[in-house]
Design a protein around this ligand. Structure first.
Ligand SMILES: Cc1cc2nc3c(=O)[nH]c(=O)nc-3n(C[C@H](O)[C@H](O)[C@H](O)COP(=O)(O)OP(=O)(O)OC[C@H]3O[C@@H](n4cnc5c(N)ncnc54)[C@H](O)[C@@H]3O)c2cc1C
Length: 727
């Protein structure tokens, strides 16, 4: 009985997790359906981030031309675009061929085929006829470039066609299509019952449920009545839905989307994504999506931390402090010492934040705990214990911004999650502009940031002065400050506490952390990894992860994998402590310098990497002289402050200043490297994504741009403008 109850509980927990994952994926990368009207391109570019797919409808009145023109224009701007091909607007096969040619030249690989309204303008009376032409013409190259072809589904039926006919038509279209988008719908129950009916009839295409965006209610009701969405509108009117429809600010699909995820969750194909009918309200719909995504991510994190409480590390609390003080009892070891096993499921080389976070998320998010982290020295002895601990997400590319933003979200909750004070301190981050050219780059970055929902703005010199009164903002300065990119969520953290917190929590969940254990070789046989050779003997493992930052090319070479990285020393310095006066992180790319004040009062300075490649970690006088002169340009009042210490760490720089993450051509050998001067802030998100990659065998979307293959394919990420100095 107890066993049955616990497996029922397990099942319900697994289902809940699936629902949340489905919801998160659907909100992260939805499809927005837009109308081909004047102003749509601007509305999309101004408000919609590139991870959203844009589908462009076809207007029976204006023909296919506006659809094609808008699709081409959005594809040029970097969007994944899906033009709707309305069969009744296509004149003949040569018209179809011309359109597909334009679509292919625009780099578009996905079309959505519908019948369209009104009398046929040519030889295709319905979508089935057009799909058949496509299929027959394939040998002849027609539409050969297409990877996806979508067709419509009607959960509430069609005003002019019977349900039986609709099902027969879908079965006939199935061999020529790859997914289904449903007609606008307001009831999750209706959609899920329809999906069940379709599956029973033999339709196995993945389904994208179609929901309305945040749209003016009258317009929505008009559209719903016109397209024959009857039942669910009637249902909504009768019940609470009417209130939702008539609420100020327009209709919001929150409840419907959540219910769809909860009803369709057991199969990812039943809700392959979300198709949002924006009906002209692009900006409002995008605002809603961001809020809904943020709330979902918070719920996912809360849910995961609750799950982790099943076996958390022992608690540090005020009570425990008193108890240990009074009794003199020794504190338990933060992480256990073990003899290495003969083999593990996963071996991670490198005991920095990346290696330890990957081990932690493998154990907690995926239940994989037969994991070893091998560290040649002590944990945190590499970059993770030498960095200047600056956190931010105001990068230059959309891929970078979303990735680092997720890391900041995880960092904000890390102390609570690990029950370890990692001293995260939100300070705000200023990147100074000393020229018109850098102001232009700041504006560009601010726009990219805002599109991904990240708080960044360009501020003028007066505002800079208000935030950091000690900066020399006078026009007499040698490099006058014209303004800055201000990023309020940026801040600092205590780097070694992060390393210790992850190590302690990973160890509590069963991970083995082996210090003083150097990897000296990697065993590869028949193109796949078999294990590692270490100074403490051989260890077998089907999966080996290289998380060694400044040593990454040496470790990868052991597995026969070449890395496009060069290793440079990066130096930093710290002054004696003084009273808190610098509350913001300040970076000047032009002067190659940045500074922040620690909780203890020291001023931490850094700069860009040394000018030559090397594995040396010695400080140099040259660096200190350059640093001091640049710092004093910015803040002359620091002239009497004494420098206490300077040090260096190793940084593996990639050609595009972005990391290299994921699988390699050697099966089972993964890399999480190329972290240059900016990888500490990425520790949590990298650990989370690498753990997912290992556990599921799939590369998570968030890191898909950072694969090693990008260098061979020429698809570089281009982060130099935001990562060269401002770590
Ligand atoms: C001075 C300085 C300032 C920086 N400032 C910032 C900043 O402000 N913000 C930011 O985000 N990033 C910053 N960075 C970059 C950041 O420190 C690194 O990108 C990050 O710490 C890399 O973490 P990691 O876990 O990948 O590697 P590491 O922490 O370097 O860990 C790799 C580990 O691998 C171990 N190892 C190597 N070879 C072997 C072997 N053969 N066998 C076993 N173990 C091995 C090493 O001993 C090391 O401990 C800075 C770096 C430096 C040097």
């Amino acid at each position: 009985m107890t066993e049955t109850l616990s497996s029922a509980r397990e099942l319900s927990r697994a289902l809940e997790a699936m629902q949340r994952q489905l919801l998160e994926a659907a909100l992260r990368r939805p499809r927005y359906e837009v109308l081909p009207l004047d102003g749509t391109a601007d509305a999309v570019v101004d408000h919609v981030p590139r991870e959203v797919t844009v589908t462009v409808t076809a207007s029976p009145r204006r023909g296919m031309e506006p659809t094609l023109a808008l699709s081409e224009s959005l594809a040029r701007q970097g969007y994944r675009v899906v033009p709707h091909l309305a069969a009744r607007l296509v004149i003949d096969e040569s018209h179809l061929r011309d359109m597909l040619c334009r679509i292919s030249e625009a780099g578009i690989r996905d079309i959505f085929v519908i019948a369209g309204d009104g009398e046929p303008a040519g030889v295709f009376p319905d979508s089935l006829r057009l799909l058949s032409a496509l299929r027959e013409g394939q040998g002849d190259g027609l539409g050969q470039h297409l990877e996806q072809v979508g067709v419509a589904g009607y959960p509430e039926g069609h005003p002019d066609v019977s349900d039986a006919q609709l099902t027969r038509a879908l079965l006939a279209k199935q061999p020529s299509s790859t997914y289904l988008v449903t007609q606008l719908c307001f009831s999750a129950r209706t959609v899920s019952a329809w999906v069940d009916r379709m599956r029973a009839a033999g339709v196995s295409l993945p389904v994208y449920p179609g929901v309305a965006g945040v749209v003016d209610q009258r317009k929505l009701l008009r559209v719903a009545q016109r397209i024959g969405v009857g039942q669910s509108v009637r249902f909504l009117r009768k019940h609470h839905g009417l209130l939702r429809l008539l609420s100020p600010g327009g209709y919001r699909p929150d409840g419907l989307v959540r219910e769809l995820a909860s009803r369709l969750a057991p199969s990812a194909d039943d809700m392959a994504g979300l198709h949002v009918y924006t009906l002209g309200a692009v900006a409002a719909t995008e605002r809603w999506r961001r809020e809904a995504l943020e709330q979902t991510l918070e719920a996912v994190d809360r849910h995961r931390s609750r799950r982790r409480r099943v076996a958390p590390p022992s608690r540090y609390s005020a009570l425990a402090l008193v108890r240990h003080g009074v009794t003199g009892q020794a504190w338990p070891r933060a992480w256990d010492r073990h003899e290495p096993r003969d083999g593990y499921d996963v071996v991670i080389v490198g005991g920095g934040v990346h290696g330890l976070a990957t081990a932690y998320y493998l154990a907690t998010n995926h239940g994989i705990d037969n994991v070893a982290v091998l560290e040649k020295s002590y944990i945190g002895s590499g970059g993770s214990g030498r960095n200047t601990a600056i956190l931010r997400s105001n990068y230059l590319t959309a891929e970078g911004v979303q990735f680092y933003d997720r890391s900041l979200q995880l960092y904000r909750r890390l102390a609570e999650e690990l029950n370890f004070n990692v001293m995260f301190s939100r300070r705000g981050h200023l990147t100074l502009a000393h020229s018109d050219a850098s102001l232009r780059t700041m504006r560009w970055r601010a726009e990219v940031n805002k599109l991904s929902g990240v708080d960044s703005e360009v501020i003028d010199a007066d505002e800079v002065q208000r935030l950091v009164p000690y900066l020399d903002t006078s026009t007499a300065a040698r490099y006058p400050i014209l303004g800055a990119l201000y990023h309020p969520p940026g801040g600092i953290i205590r780097h070694d506490a992060v390393v210790w917190g992850y190590a302690r929590a990973a160890s509590a969940f069963g991970v083995h952390v082996h210090q003083d254990t150097e990897v000296t070789g990697i065993d590869v046989n028949d193109g796949r990894v078999r294990g590692v050779q270490t100074t403490r003997g051989p260890i077998a493992a089907p999966i080996v992860v290289n998380a060694t930052a400044g040593w990454s090319s040496l470790i990868s070479a052991m597995a026969g994998v070449r890395m496009p990285v060069q290793t440079f020393p990066l130096q930093a310095a710290v002054t004696e402590p003084v009273r808190p006066f610098l509350h913001t992180v300040v970076v000047s790319g032009t002067l190659h310098v940045y500074m922040s004040q620690t909780a203890r009062g020291e001023i931490v300075f850094g700069a860009s990497v040394d000018p030559f490649a090397s594995y040396s970690t010695r400080g140099s006088l040259d660096f200190l002289e350059g640093l001091a002169s640049h710092v004093l340009e910015l803040m002359p009042s620091l002239a009497t402050l004494r420098v206490l210490r300077q040090w260096a760490g190793l940084c593996d720089m990639t050609p595009d200043f972005a990391p290299i993450m994921g699988r390699t051509h050697v099966e089972g050998f993964l890399v999480d490297v190329g972290w240059g001067t900016y990888g500490f802030k990425a520790g949590p998100v990298s650990g989370e994504a690498m753990a997912e990659c290992i556990a599921t065998g799939r590369t998570p979307e968030l890191i898909s741009a950072f694969g090693l293959h990008r260098f061979a394919e020429g698809e570089l990420v281009g982060e130099k403008g935001a990562a060269a100095v401002g770590h």
